[in-house]
Design a protein around this ligand. Structure first.
Ligand code: GLU
Length: 293
């Protein structure tokens, strides 16, 4: 068996905190213990929230932590054409459709539906897309496009599922409910997900599966908040003919009140900890990792 390939894939939309440190150190430990490699990927497709100073801080904070990566850093914003061509492949098979509504319009529609009966939510709690774009007549759709109305491209989930059939993934970690082993994918729980956003020709789900495959990643180690996203990743891998890695979702670190750490959690920010004189070895202890052998 070739040595495993791991990756740490932060988004530069804030400073790294203890939760990121845990994920990065766990990836680095697993890579070292298995004689594998660790890659670093900057997931910066969201141009409104990502900033160069956050990216710079990622390099500094990882260097301080002692997390070294192999090879060149891959920055997603450098590969938009690649993602665009993958979306075109899906479009050529009739698997995506344009959706023109704004978030506010979708929220209004869903609120109206909620009056009748509770509208279904995805595993993150967001309402499923009500499918309006799909029901547009071809001529209406063409008119909106010609008028320059921006649109996202959504996956026709029913058509995609009909092609893919049952899918599963190998889980080495644990999910929100402690699941491990072979997990049945449930992409339908997400509805018609966005594959290309209005402002960028890709989405988190699409770029992550393309990059993991292109970079030869064999083991994805990431937080349990992304456990059920793996359902969508398995479906896109199937549709695009990409090999699935194995997954190891890890528990999320929580703050004293039991809340998931967020980018704004100042007290757990690695820069704040460093300024307060905390050492990288102490960070390992704080996140519950043993000293390296
Ligand atoms: N970029 C994502 C984040 O920072 C992680 C994506 C992944 O590991 O699949 O939350």
């Amino acid at each position: 068996m070739p040595p495993p390939v791991f990756r740490f894939a932060p988004s530069p939309n804030g400073y790294l905190h203890l939760g990121h440190a845990y994920s990065a150190l766990l990836n680095a430990d697993l890579a070292r213990a298995s004689g594998g490699t660790l890659l670093l990927r900057i997931e910066d497709i969201d141009r409104t929230r990502c900033r160069p100073e956050f990216e710079q801080a990622i390099y500094e904070d990882l260097a301080w932590l002692g997390v070294a990566w192999d090879g060149e850093v891959r920055r997603q914003s450098d590969h938009l054409e690649l993602y665009r061509s993958a979306v075109e492949r899906l479009a050529a098979r009739g698997l995506v459709y344009p959706a023109f509504e704004s978030r506010a319009e979708i929220a209004r529609l869903v609120a109206a539906q909620d009056q009748v009966a509770e509208w279904p939510r995805d595993p993150d709690g967001a309402p499923l897309y009500p499918g309006i774009g799909q029901r547009l007549a071809a001529v209406e759709r063409a008119e909106l496009i010609a008028a320059g109305i921006p649109y996202a491209l959504r996956l026709d989930m029913a058509a995609a599922l009909a092609l893919a059939g049952e899918l599963s993934w190998r889980e080495l970690g644990s999910g929100p409910g402690g699941e491990a082993g072979t997990i049945g994918a449930r992409p339908e729980a997400w509805g018609d997900v966005i594959v290309a956003r209005k402002e960028t020709p890709t989405s988190y789900h699409l770029s992550v599966v393309i990059d993991d495959a292109l970079q030869g990643v064999t083991e994805v180690v990431r937080g349990a908040d992304l456990f059920w996203s793996t359902s969508v990743h398995r479906l896109l891998q199937h549709l695009l003919g990409l090999p699935p890695p194995v997954y190891r979702h890890h528990a999320l670190l929580r703050d004293a009140e039991g809340r998931k750490l967020s980018k704004s959690t100042g007290a757990t920010g690695l820069r704040e900890l460093r300024a307060a004189g905390v050492t990288p070895a102490e960070v390992r202890t704080m996140v519950g990792l043993a000293a390296p052998a």
